[in-house]
Design a protein around this ligand. Sequence first.
Ligand SMILES: Nc1ncnc2c1ncn2[C@@H]1O[C@H](COP(=O)(O)OP(=O)(O)OP(=O)(O)O)[C@@H](O)[C@H]1O
Length: 247
Amino acid sequence: MSGRRHTTTPPGTPPTARLTARGIVRRYGGIEAVAGVDLVAAPGRVTALIGPNGAGKSTLFDCLAGTVRPDAGRVLLGGRDVTRLPVHERVRLGLARTFQQIAVFPTLSVADNVRVGAEQRSGAADGRTARALAVFGLGALAAEPAGGQPTGVLRLVELARALAGEPRVLLLDEPAAGLDTAQTARLLTVLRGLADDGMALLLVEHDPDLVAELADTVYAMADGRVVAAGPTAAVLADPRVVHAWGR
Ligand SMILES: Nc1ncnc2c1ncn2[C@@H]1O[C@H](COP(=O)(O)OP(=O)(O)OP(=O)(O)O)[C@@H](O)[C@H]1O
C-alpha cells in the first residue's frame, strides 16, 4: 500500500501516522459515555478496543473518526490536532473507517462502491480501485450490483472501499462480523499485512479469539474508562478484563 504520490495528503506529510486520543470525554445527558480516555494507535501495530456492551467503545471510535465531537480532550493524527476537523478533512489526512452496520450503495456495482473510497483522494482512482478489489478477491464480482451480495461479501466491499483511499490510519468496527471462516482468515492476513506495511489499525472487536490472534495492543474499556491497556496476552488475562468482559 504505497502510492503516496497518488494522494492529496499535504506535502511533507509522512507516509505513516499515529492516532492519539488525549483525555477524551463525551457525555449524553447525565451519562459519561467516554469519561476521559487516553489511547494511541501506532503505525505498524494492530490496536484493539474491547469491552462489554455500553462500555463506550463506539462513542470513542466516533470521536476519533469525527462523527461525534468530544466534550473535552484532543484527537491527534500524525501529530496534528484534528479534534475540530470534520470527517472529510480527517479522511484527506489519511484516516479511514468502516462501520458496524454495513453501509454500501446497493444500486452501485461492487467496483463503483470501492471507487467511492478511491475518489476520496485525487489522482488515478482506477488503479487504487483495482488494487483494493484484488486484495479482497473481489475482482470477479466487480461489475455485479452490491445490493444482491451476501453479508460476507458486503463486509469485504466496505473494507476494500476504506482501503482504496490508501489511509495511514484505519478504524475498523467489528470487521469480521458476518464473515465465514475462509473470509475471516483472508481478512486477518490482509489486516496483518497492512500493519506490517506501516498502517496504524484500530479495531473495535467483540470476538476474543480474533483479538488474541490479530492485535498487538489492547485497550479494555468499561463504564467509559480504560480499565486495562498493554500487550494483548497480558490484557486478555487481566482479572479486571475477564470480569468486565464476562469471559
Ligand atoms: N447517541 C446517544 N445518545 C444517548 N446515549 C448514548 C448515545 N450513544 C451512546 N450512548 C450511551 O453511551 C454509553 C456508551 O455507548 P457505546 O455505544 O459507546 O458503547 P459500546 O461499548 O460501543 O457498546 P456496544 O458494544 O453495545 O456497541 C451507553 O450507555 C449508551 O447508551
